[in-house]
Design a protein around this ligand. Structure first.
Ligand code: ATR
Length: 272
């Protein structure tokens, strides 16, 4: 049986084995998928031993997504743009690094939530790794504009500069929270603020009636950002759909089959 795993530290909480087992059962693919705790100073070695044991591919989670960039012998365009790798393919040509997080987010918005991004006004909150990973996949859907707001404005400006040559020219701009102007159709919280139950300081006027507010975090209850957005008329989506979709993108990459995600998402939701 072909073997896959997810590397992280800690890793016990990872839902990836459950998600990939469900995909495998649904598509009739024979594979094993396990959790692997890599030592903080031993990621590369852990990957090499998995390859030696016959591993075909792996997911990579916190804190190894940047190290995986260095380990990969080839990177996809989206992994290079994201500056992070969450999916490895072990091929005859060596270790290929990809990043399916952004494609997962976009598929969750466009397909699962049924909200097209083409021609839309998109507001991205945050300019860290999570934000950087979704810029290119969003731009590929040709939004009317993509505004990146961050506490540290220089980091948002750096993203605008990076993506100018990748379809972002005239579309992407950066600003401070206090300087956000106008209304948006899609507002994405890619900050770590929800982890400390904080809301990025956006004005309620950014929410148009019926807009989509998405928080990349998820839990049994809506994050404080989603509660705030809901009070101002937004439809709400947390990061669980993105988690399942990024896994589906990885599964497609490894197996050449696109699994359906809605049942898996409902089952995970029921267990939160
Ligand atoms: P990640 O990989 O999760 O994106 P990161 O690279 O450390 O993590 O980035 C964290 C992001 O959350 C940054 O955009 C950070 O803003 P700064 O760059 O100004 O630090 C943002 N962030 C964290 N806590 C926040 C808060 N309480 N309010 C607003 N933004 C916050």
């Amino acid at each position: 049986m072909d073997r896959y795993c997810v590397f992280g530290n800690p890793i016990a909480h990872s839902k990836s084995p459950e998600i990939h087992a469900a995909f495998a059962a649904q598509t009739g693919q024979a594979l094993e998928y396990e959790r692997r705790l890599a030592p903080l100073d031993g990621f590369a070695e852990a990957v090499r031993s998995f390859i030696a044991e016959g591993g075909k591919g792996a997911n990579v989670t916190v804190p190894f997504k940047l190290e995986a960039v260095k380990l990969a012998q080839a990177l996809t365009i989206r992994a290079r743009a994201a500056g992070a790798v969450n999916t490895l393919v072990f091929s005859d040509e060596g270790i290929i690094g990809d990043n399916t997080d952004g494609a997962g987010l976009v598929a969750d918005i466009v397909v699962n939530a049924g909200v097209p991004l083409a021609g839309k006004r998109v507001l991205l909150l945050g300019a860290g790794g999570a934000a950087r990973g979704v810029v290119l996949p969003i731009l590929e859907h040709r939004p009317a504009k993509l505004v990146i707001a961050n506490r540290t404005v220089a980091k948002a400006v750096a993203l605008v500069e990076q993506f100018a040559a990748l379809g972002g020219e005239g579309v992407v701009s950066a600003c401070a929270y206090a300087d956000i102007e106008g209304e948006y159709d899609v507002i994405i919280n890619a900050t770590a603020a929800s982890l400390s139950a904080e809301v990025p300081p956006v004005s309620p006027s950014v929410f148009t009636p019926g807009c989509l507010a998405l928080d990349m975090m998820y839990g049994a209850f809506p994050t404080v950002f989603l509660q705030f957005a809901g009070q101002h008329g937004a439809q709400l989506r947390d990061g669980l759909g993105m988690l399942v979709q990024q896994a589906a993108e990885a599964f497609q990459l490894w197996r050449g089959v696109q699994p359906a995600t809605s049942d898996v998402l409902h089952k995970l939701r029921a267990k939160l």
